[in-house]
Design a protein around this ligand. Structure first.
Ligand SMILES: Nc1nc2c(ncn2[C@@H]2O[C@H](COP(=O)(O)OP(=O)(O)O)[C@@H](O)[C@H]2O)c(=O)[nH]1
Ligand SMILES: [Mg+2]
Length: 309
């Protein structure tokens, strides 16, 4: 490991936001030489943080349901409750390249400066052409995992991204808002197979809330088997926030499933970057699991794949 790497990692571990931003730019870059650097950084982090355990929590749902506000409220709660706790937020907006995006919106909902080094926010302009989680979000989340105790990933609820989030996050929350309508609307509102829990936000809107909760519960057995938790929350009066935080704290620790995540991610990445044929070929002769083992890490395996013709 070079001295430069060592000093960058040390600064990042101390919470230096500029350094973390710099490292993130490397992890958001898919070029081979950057992946090689990523491998070096991850190895250095693993050396420092051998027993580190963080949680990756994905929030998905249509624009405007209150995801950013919820992340802000939950972060406030968790950071206040535990003075050593540290949180990072990755806000992904696939539509931003066309619409100008809601990044400013996301950023504005967060009380960024109050917590100093204990709260970090990054928005990602994924753009339509760049594919899903595997292009930028997962590598970035992987870096942040080693630097923080909790990483929130906010995505807009459209298609592929959600399924990928669900396979890579430890907990996926589907955020919905009350609506004056029937069950069918709820089924349409999100990809209902994926969440670990549902948040019905804006429960301060009393008139529509009760009806919506009823209709949501009624529509659940059709798609989810009905045993999923529903958390009513309000960012306006704080209702339900501490219950939701408690749920998250009890959630599975990322370290337990990190190996599984690496496999899912590497398959996704090979498919996207090198094509399905290459993946099939690889699986015929070996497996992604063996590949990671042999290369000595996820990023090292990616680097090797990029080197082989
Ligand atoms: N009534 C009510 N409005 C909310 C609540 N949470 C968020 N909002 C509003 O909903 C809008 C969208 O919020 P935002 O957090 O940006 O949603 P996102 O697009 O899902 O990230 C904003 O105008 C918020 O003020 C809530 O709990 N109750
Ligand atoms: Mg938002």
């Amino acid at each position: 490991m070079t001295q430069k790497t060592e000093s960058l990692i040390e600064k990042a571990l101390q919470g230096d936001k500029r350094t973390i931003g710099l490292l993130l730019s490397c992890f958001e870059d898919r070029r081979a030489e950057q992946i090689k650097k990523q491998s070096e950084y991850i190895k250095a982090l693993q050396k420092h943080q051998e027993s580190h355990c963080a949680i990756l929590v994905g929030l998905t749902g249509s624009p405007g349901v209150g995801k950013s506000s919820l992340i802000d409220q939950m972060s406030y709660h968790l950071l206040q409750e535990d003075r050593s706790f540290r949180i990072a937020v990755l806000a992904v907006d696939p539509s931003s390249s066309i619409s100008g995006g809601s990044f400013l919106g996301d950023r504005n909902r967060m009380r960024l400066n109050q917590w100093g080094d204990r709260f970090f926010f990054r928005s990602q302009a994924s753009g339509q052409h760049l594919g899903g989680m595997s292009s930028q979000t997962f590598p970035a989340a992987r870096l942040l995992y080693y630097l923080f105790d909790l990483v929130f990933i906010e995505t807009v609820g459209t298609g592929q991204n959600e399924i990928e989030i669900a396979s890579l996050a430890d907990q996926t929350l589907l955020v919905l808002q009350p609506m004056a309508g029937d069950q069918i609307q709820y089924l349409k509102a999100g990809i209902m197979e994926i969440p670990d829990a549902i948040v019905l936000n804006k429960c301060d809107q009393k008139e529509v809330f009760e009806k919506s909760l009823y209709s949501l519960k009624a529509s659940l057995p059709l798609s989810l088997g009905g045993d999923i938790s529903i958390f009513p929350t309000s960012n306006f009066n704080g209702e339900g926030i501490s219950e939701l935080c408690k749920y998250i704290r009890q959630a599975v620790k990322a370290a337990e499933s990190w190996k599984a995540k690496e496999l899912v991610y590497l398959e996704m990445w090979i498919r996207e970057e090198l094509g399905l044929q290459r993946l099939n070929l690889l699986n015929q002769h070996s497996s992604v699991e063996k590949l990671i083992l042999k290369a000595g890490g996820l990023e090292a395996a990616q680097w090797e794949l990029l080197q082989a013709p």
